[in-house]
Ligand binder design. Structure first.
Ligand code: AMP
Length: 219
């Protein structure tokens, strides 16, 4: 099973992607997680890409393709994978096609989680995180017991750099320009499964599984 998950930043695709990967028993490969891991470990790659993530810009294709394709070559990806957040540009989509062709594999489906941009700005502006223990909150959905303080360690909560309204707008603009065209690219090839991403995570998950089972049966 080889799946791609697409959608604007903040659409909640990461949560859904993890559930689907667990359901099919394949690794959840998130380019964003790979990059954040490198930044946290302060590797040479991490130092090089930090500014892109901080400003909401895309990491250049040469770096991204190398990092993701390298991960897909790991033994645990031999029986399939779920790609979350990759490809995000036409160049990356073509590199993925070439990689699939060279290993004689093909994509099962491309899931596109569709959410209105205004709703995304509303959702992301409520996110808060504890800088000490990493626990995350949402002012509307998962508020801390004491306003502005982490339930676990009492530290003052902050807004992650990439959740700041200015960065969110930049990430949405980048998405519209560079990633949204891939929806047509995969639709033309009959691979697209478009899922309405509004509502609670459970509602989205129910819709997604229903549509995905149908698509996988047809494939
Ligand atoms: P994500 O967690 O998927 O929203 O990714 C966080 C950030 O990592 C993005 O805003 C980009 O800066 C970078 N990133 C993740 N995936 C890609 C990709 N496929 N191509 C370029 N940059 C990426």
């Amino acid at each position: 099973m080889r799946l791609v998950f697409m959608g604007p930043p903040g659409a909640g695709k990461g949560t859904q992607a993890k559930a689907v990967a667990a359901h099919f028993g394949v690794p959840h490969v998130s380019s964003g997680d790979i990059f954040r891991g490198e930044i946290e470990l302060k590797t040479p790659l991490g130092l090089k890409i930090r500014s892109y993530l901080d400003t909401g810009a895309l990491v250049p294709d040469e770096i991204t393709v190398g990092a993701v394709v390298g991960r897909l070559a790991s033994p645990d990806c031999g029986r399939g994978w779920l790609l979350d957040g990759f490809p995000r540009t036409e160049g990356q989509a073509r590199a993925l096609d070439a990689e699939l062709a060279s290993s004689g594999a093909r994509l099962g489906a491309v899931v596109y989680v569709d959410v209105d941009p205004e709703e995304i700005i509303r959702r992301m502006s409520g996110r808060r995180v504890c800088p000490k223990c990493g626990r995350s909150y949402h002012l509307r959905h998962i508020p801390p017991r004491v306003e502005g303080q982490c339930d676990a360690c009492g530290t003052g909560l902050i807004i992650r750099d990439d959740d700041k309204p200015q960065t969110v707008r930049q990430r949405l603009a980048t998405y519209q320009e560079q990633t949204a065209p891939l929806i047509g690219y995969y639709d033309q090839r009959g691979l697209l499964v478009k899922v309405d991403g509004s509502g609670t995570p459970d509602q989205v998950r129910a819709r997604l599984f229903e549509q995905l089972e149908d698509a996988v049966e047809r494939a």
